[in-house]
Design a protein around this ligand. Structure first.
Ligand SMILES: Nc1ncnc2c1ncn2[C@@H]1O[C@H](COP(=O)(O)OP(=O)(O)OP(=O)(O)O)[C@@H](O)[C@H]1O
Ligand SMILES: [Mg+2]
Length: 327
């Protein structure tokens, strides 16, 4: 398969901060590629560079055989790259349908045809029943779906998805995974997916690229990448020795189940050092709840206070560590 998107030597600084450093990867036509990494790794900045939100300091971006770096965002969208925003950006005063029509009018100049395309797209995302509501009335998960619908209505060849599963319940996650899989398989849509919900990444991505401190630290098949020592270390801050002989979690046998893989568990009040704020949630892959652990302690996995892991377990495979705001 030819490369649809080719990113080569991409770098971006914000004053002294190197947000993206010499990043190269490609996305072939028909692929779903996951772009993962801890908070602040530079994932969204990569999307912003690809989508033309701001220029790269160095590097080139080719799409469909043509250079697109330096082009305006609307021209990049017209070339066939649709994107969602991590911080959702609906036109709050417009209806759900009109939001999607903004995207659809790129390809369908006649309002009637744009409306039909928009309705069709809303159906796919399960939002058709809410088409006449104001976008401002939607819940966050529905706003995320609206982001996807608006981007899809531009009929992209490549869809850039920035954390569209964050905040979704496991069943909602499964529904949207099915939508993306169907778009990929039946319509040939190529997808570059930023996601912290590893269950979704593992279910969708054929390849994964991992960023850390702006650099690519691993790439390859999902099952290999999530066992890569560098990836485990950047997510969990584990020294190499800890990975090879994980501390057993006493609660694991009775409390853990693979089906809990996408759930967020609130920190228990009995956890002495777990985050106390009700707005913080964390989930331990092995123990499921802090109180079920022998130590009952959640600790920051790195200097980032937004990422937590259970001290009494050493997950072999990264899943969801990012904290999320309460719904
Ligand atoms: N417009 C900006 N101005 C200044 N700094 C920025 C800007 N955008 C991003 N950064 C910084 O660049 C770094 C990378 O940010 P980015 O948003 O790309 O990370 P990310 O991997 O998407 O993280 P997250 O998983 O939290 O969304 C961070 O340190 C961030 O604060
Ligand atoms: Mg981001």
């Amino acid at each position: 398969m030819p490369a649809l998107l080719e990113v080569a030597g991409l770098s971006k600084r914000f004053r002294g901060l190197r947000a993206v450093q010499n990043v190269s990867f490609e996305v072939r036509e028909g692929e779903i590629v996951g772009l993962i990494g801890p908070n602040g790794a530079g994932k969204t900045t990569c999307f912003n560079l690809i989508a033309g939100a701001f220029p790269a300091d160095e590097g080139t971006i080719r799409f469909d055989g043509r250079p697109i770096h330096g082009l305006r965002p609307d021209l990049i969208c017209a070339a066939g790259i649709g994107r969602t925003f991590q911080i959702v950006k609906p036109f709050a005063g417009l209806s759900v349908l009109d939001n999607v029509m903004v995207g659809a009018l790129l390809r369908e100049k006649a309002p009637r045809a744009a409306r039909a395309l928009s309705l069709q797209t809303l159906e796919k995302l399960g939002l058709a029943a809410r088409r006449d509501e104001l976008a401002s009335a939607l819940t966050l998960p529905d706003r995320k779906r609206l982001e996807v619908a608006r981007a899809l209505a531009t009929r992209p060849k490549l869809l850039l998805l920035d954390e569209v599963m964050a905040g979704l319940r496991p069943t909602e996650c499964d529904q949207i995974i099915a939508v993306f899989r169907s778009l990929n398989r039946s319509e040939g849509l190529t997808i570059l997916l930023i996601e912290h919900v590893m269950r979704a990444v593992m279910a969708l991505a054929g390849r994964i690229v991992v960023l850390h401190h702006g650099e690519v630290i691993a790439r390859g098949a999902p099952q290999e990448v999530v066992r890569d020592p560098a990836v485990l270390e950047c997510y969990l801050g584990l020294p190499s020795g800890a990975r090879s002989s994980p501390a057993p979690c006493r609660a694991a046998s009775s409390r853990c189940s693979p089906s809990a893989a996408a759930s967020w568990a609130p920190p228990s009040s009995s956890c002495s050092t777990s985050p106390r704020s009700a707005s913080r949630r964390w989930w331990c892959r092995r123990c499921c709840t802090p109180s079920a652990c022998s130590t009952g302690v959640a600790s920051p996995s790195s200097s980032s206070s937004r990422t937590w892991r259970c001290r009494s377990s050493s997950p072999a495979t990264p899943t969801c560590w990012k904290t999320a705001a309460s719904p």
